[in-house]
Design a protein around this ligand. Sequence first.
Ligand SMILES: [Fe+2]
Ligand SMILES: [Fe+2]
Length: 278
Amino acid sequence: MKTNARASSGAGHSPDEPPDPYLERLCELAARDQWKLEELDWSSLDLLSLPELFRQTAADGFAQLLWGERTAELAASRLMELLPDGAARTFIATQRTDEARHVAFFERVIHLLGCEGRTRPSVQRLMREVQEAETPEELMLGMQILIEGIAHSLFLEAARVVGSFGEGDELDRPLQALKTVIGGWMPRLLARDESRHIAFGLHALRQSIPRLDRAERLRLEEKVTLWGALVLEQARDPDLVYGVGVDGEEVCRRLIDDLNLRIGQVGLETRIAPLKAA
Ligand SMILES: [Fe+2]
Ligand SMILES: [Fe+2]
């Protein structure tokens, strides 16, 4: 692993750098918008009455998200070690707390489904790659741009789908419970956290990428190509998105467009290849 010396010229703001009002605002929002698992009414969630095949499919979908959250928690811990003291490090500390809560959230949902979620090999490989990233820029690109970008898009897409389910008495109680999780808690609480993390990643990378030398920048571009291929592998065989109940191909197309937009916003040239029409 590269050292802290590398971090001090790139991502993050050491105490001798001028204050960054945007980062300070993100830290304020992180403090304001904290929430606890115990504040949610888990006792009303009856998911076990859903048919087993349905529960297994849902558990598999949630398992991919759980892996993403575990990776983000680990990546936030790694970033804490790499960044100098300052607002960026303070923010990452709040993100690490958020990710630990997200991990616990999905573990609990999967437990309530009563099935063991199965993680796809391509998801495991992408997460492993990001966990092994060597610099703050690679970690932020992998975590805050790619993984959190995917998670954020999926949370919102899934919420949109369950939002079209009927209301109140029209729904069976277990389906209503699933709607509470996917259509209520995930967009209202988890996606709000992820928006903050993505905003941080975009802001930090926009500042640090122009400071990189040619070789470092090239390495980052290569990561986009490699990790983008893994994202595409999931998109081409999209059990992941079907698992959370949304139309795979169209969602993946939008997801890749969003990722490419963000990759462009941080000043990188490489793009994830668009999905070809079937
Ligand atoms: Fe998260
Ligand atoms: Fe996150």
